[in-house]
Design a binder for this molecule. Structure first.
Ligand code: BES
Ligand code: ZN
Length: 464
C-alpha cells in the first residue's frame, strides 16, 4: 500500500472513530436559534457565531468573527503555504424561521436523534452540511496528515435573507479570499445511492404586495357591499398571475429564458424519478406544473412565481364579520439562466399596477434577489468532486440542476472570479424550510469522508 493511501486511511479512520462526538457537537451547534429573518434573534446569531469561532479554534483553525452591517461572518483557515492551492469552503449558520411550531414533533432548537438522523431547524440547511467539512479538516489536523490544499471557511449568517453583508465582506477581503475554487455543500441529492454534483441553481427575486382599502377594518354588515374588499381584490389580482397551463401570466416574463437543449433534457430523463413516490413524499393528490415540461424540469430548470405568504383580516378563533382594511402577499419568483431579478421584478410590478382596480391603494416592496447560476460539470475540479463523491458514497454520482438559490455563488464569480463546486448532502425528505427538518447521520459521515477525499483530488485537478 502506498504512503498516500495509508495517510488517507488514517484520516478516514479518525472520522469513523469520532463519529459519536461529532454528533454531540453538531447538536450543540443546532441549539442556537440563529434565525436571520427575525430581529428578536440577533443576539442568538452572534452567540452562534461565537460558538463556531471557538469550535474552529478547537480543531486547529485560525478563526475570527467579523462584524458586518448585518449578522457576523465567521472565517476559519489553515495556515497559508506558498505553492499550495487555496480553496474556500462556504456555509451559513443562519436558519429559516421554525414556524409553524405546533407541527414539530420535538422543539426545533432541541436537537434529538431519531432513526439515524438529527432533527432540528438548520440540521441540513446548513449547519450539518458545512460541519461535515469542518470535521474532515479536523481529521487532517489531528492525525498530522498534511492537507494538500490551504483552506478558508467562510460561514455567514445571512444566507436565508439574501447574503447582502457577505457581498460587502467579499469585496473588502477580496485579496485574502483570492482562491482557486469554492466548495459548497448546501444543496441536495436524489438519494444516498445517487450522490450529486449540482451544476445550476435558480435565481430568485422577492416582492411584497399590499392593497389598502378603508382606513380601518369595517363592520361588513353595515358597510359591506358599498366598499371594495381588499382581500378579494388581492385574491383576484394574484389569481391572474398564472394561467391554467401553469404559465406565469406576466407579460415579458419568459422573454429572456434560455431554452433547454435536447441533450440536457435527455440527461434529465436519466435522473431517478418516480411519480407515485414523489407525490407521497410531498403529500399531494396530484402534481401541477407548466405544461410541456417534466416535474424535474419544472422544479429546477423553469422559472416560477410562488405566493409564500398571504395575509388579511381576522385569523383568530371563530368568526369576525369585517371588511379588512388591508391584504398582503409575499411573492418570490425563481429565475433561470437568461433572466435577471431586476427585470423580472420590474415586469411584475408593472403588471400588478396595471391590473389593480382604483378602489384600493397598491403598495409594492422589493426584497432580496439573486441571479441564476450555471457552471460546467466537466471542469477538472468537477471531475475531482465526482470522484470523491463516488468513493465516499460507493455509488456513481449524478449531475443535476437544483431549483433552490444560493445568492452568494454569483458574487464569488463576480468578485473573486471563481466558480463554486456544489456538493449537496441533503436528502429529499430532509424537510428544508419545513417543520421537522433533519440531517441523516450517514450523510454526515459520508459527507465528511467525501470532504477528506476531495482535497488531494482537487489539488491534482488544480495542477499544483
Ligand atoms: N440550501 C438552500 C438552497 C438550496 C436548497 C439549493 C436545496 C438547492 C437545493 C439555501 O439555504 C436556501 O434556502 N436559499 C434561499 C435563498 C433565498 C432566501 C435568497 C432559497 O433558495 O430560498
Ligand atoms: Zn435554506
Amino acid at each position: 500500500m502506498c504512503v498516500q493511501s495509508l495517510r488517507m486511511d488514517a484520516v478516514l479512520n479518525y472520522l469513523r472513530t469520532h463519529r459519536q462526538r461529532f454528533v454531540e457537537e453538531l447538536c450543540a451547534y443546532l441549539r442556537f436559534p440563529s434565525v436571520s429573518a427575525q430581529t428578536a434573534h440577533t443576539r442568538d446569531l452572534r452567540a452562534c457565531a461565537d460558538w463556531l469561532v471557538e469550535h474552529c479554534k478547537s480543531i486547529g483553525l485560525k478563526a475570527k468573527r467579523h462584524a458586518t452591517s448585518g449578522h457576523p461572518v465567521v472565517t476559519a483557515s489553515t495556515p497559508r503555504r506558498k505553492g499550495y492551492p487555496h480553496c474556500l469552503v462556504y456555509g451559513h449558520y443562519d436558519v429559516q424561521p421554525p414556524e409553524p411550531l405546533d407541527q414539530w414533533q420535538t422543539p426545533p432548537f432541541e436537537p434529538v436523534i431519531r432513526k439515524g438522523a438529527v432533527y432540528a431547524r438548520g440540521a441540513t440547511d446548513n449547519k450539518g452540511q458545512h460541519f461535515a467539512h469542518l470535521k474532515a479538516v479536523e481529521a487532517y489536523r489531528k492525525t498530522g496528515v498534511e492537507l494538500p490544499c490551504d483552506l478558508t471557511f467562510v460561514i455567514e449568517g445571512e444566507e436565508e435573507v439574501g447574503s447582502e453583508a457577505l457581498t460587502e465582506f467579499l469585496k473588502k477581503q477580496r485579496r485574502r479570499l483570492a482562491c482557486d475554487v469554492v466548495v459548497i455543500s448546501d444543496t441536495g441529492m436524489p438519494s444516498k445511492k445517487h450522490p450529486a454534483l449540482t451544476y445550476a441553481l435558480r435565481g430568485v427575486v422577492a416582492l411584497e404586495v399590499a392593497v389598502r382599502g378603508p382606513k380601518a377594518d369595517l363592520h361588513s354588515g353595515i358597510y359591506g357591499g358599498s366598499v371594495d374588499n381588499p382581500a378579494l381584490v388581492l385574491a383576484q389580482m394574484l389569481a391572474q398571475l398564472r394561467d391554467k397551463r401553469g404559465r406565469i401570466a406576466v407579460p415579458g416574463f419568459y422573454d429572456d429564458v434560455e431554452p433547454l437543449s435536447a441533450h440536457e433534457r435527455r440527461q434529465f430523463k436519466r435522473l431517478p424519478y418516480n411519480e407515485t413516490a414523489y407525490k407521497r413524499l410531498l403529500g399531494v393528490t396530484a402534481l401541477f406544473g407548466e405544461k410541456g415540461f417534466t416535474p424535474i424540469e419544472q422544479r429546477s430548470a423553469r422559472p416560477t412565481l410562488e405566493i409564500n405568504g398571504l395575509t388579511s383580516g381576522y385569523q383568530g378563533e371563530g368568526s369576525k364579520t369585517i371588511v379588512p382594511a388591508e391584504a398582503s402577499a409575499k411573492i418570490t419568483c425563481r429565475l433561470v439562466p437568461g433572466q435577471s431579478p431586476r427585470k423580472v421584478v420590474r415586469l411584475l410590478k408593472q403588471h400588478l399596477k396595471s391590473i389593480c382596480p382604483p378602489t384600493v391603494r397598491l403598495r409594492l416592496e422589493e426584497g432580496h434577489g439573486a441571479d441564476p447560476y450555471l457552471v460546467s460539470p466537466t471542469s477538472p475540479p468537477a471531475q475531482a468532486a465526482l470522484s470523491a463523491l463516488r468513493e465516499a458514497f460507493g455509488h456513481e454520482p449524478v449531475i443535476l440542476r437544483e431549483g433552490g438559490s444560493i445568492p452568494i455563488v454569483n458574487e464569488f464569480k463576480k468578485i473573486l472570479g471563481i466558480d463554486s463546486l456544489l456538493l449537496g448532502l441533503a436528502l429529499p425528505d430532509d424537510n428544508l424550510h419545513s417543520p421537522n427538518e433533519k440531517f441523516d447521520l450517514d450523510c454526515l459521515a459520508r459527507g465528511s469522508a467525501m470532504s477528506a477525499l476531495l482535497w488531494p483530488r482537487l489539488a491534482m485537478a488544480l495542477r499544483y
